[in-house]
Design a protein around this ligand. Structure first.
Ligand code: GDP
Ligand code: MG
Length: 205
């Protein structure tokens, strides 16, 4: 049987950089001016037959008012840290998030730095060189995307899926978040363990 793995993915970054829009583009292939996505799943099928299911935790916008609770990214297998290529300050914010993840999240978390709003390249403030150099220094994946046109969006999620370990540990019970607590960062093998859908799994943080 081909492998089915499940991972917890969190979105981080300054307000209005396009986190929810990226999720909406990836999961529903839509772009809408304003939409909170909260909690969605999407599956990426890799060439080797592995199917990687992302449990996607988007913020409910609380990054506008205060810092996010560490429980939001605790046990995350991967994080997409988003900045807006037209706003230098948003890259600075992204660096802060990355530092926090490096200090507090699971040490083996896969982090992707994502420069969004590529369709607004005419108003670019953050050069590709600057962001790419920083990502290389920190050992992060890096990409530029446009949630509006869709450019680069499925690519970055596919690259993340490929980078995650394909040797999943069976979870004790529950979803990737709880599996993370018991089995490091390895995902849940869905062939071995069905994930119960309970309201407790909803991201309401
Ligand atoms: P969040 O606060 O990081 O979740 O950002 P949102 O997804 O709510 O997006 C904030 C604003 O930026 C909204 O008006 C979106 O329509 C817009 N936006 C998001 N992604 C893009 C993009 O790739 N290009 C453009 N031009 N606008 C975008
Ligand atoms: Mg949002």
């Amino acid at each position: 049987m081909s492998k089915q793995l499940q991972f917890k993915l969190v979105l981080l970054g300054e307000s209005a950089v396009g986190k929810s829009s990226l999720v909406l583009r990836f999961v529903k292939d839509q772009f809408d001016d304003y939409r909170e996505t909260a909690f969605l799943t999407q599956t990426v099928n890799l060439d080797d037959g592995t199917s990687v299911k992302f449990e996607i935790w988007d913020t409910a916008g609380q990054e506008r008012y205060k810092s996010l609770a560490p429980m939001y990214y605790r046990n995350a297998n991967c994080a997409v840290v988003v900045y807006d290529i037209t706003q230098t300050a948003s890259l600075e914010k992204a660096r802060n998030w990355i530092r926090e993840l490096q200090r507090q999240a699971d040490p083996s978390i896969v982090i992707a730095l994502c420069g969004n709003k590529l369709d607004l390249a005419a108003r670019r403030q953050v050069t590709q060189e600057e962001a790419q150099k920083y990502a290389e220094e920190e050992g992060l994946m890096w990409a530029e995307t446009s949630a509006k046109t869709g450019e680069g969006v499925s690519d970055i999620f596919t690259r993340i899926a490929k980078k995650l370990p394909t040797t999943a540990q069976p979870a004790s019970r529950g979803g990737a978040s709880r599996a993370g607590a018991t089995a490091g960062r390895a995902g849940v093998d869905l062939n071995k363990q069905q994930r119960p859908s309970t309201s407790a799994d909803q991201c309401n943080c």
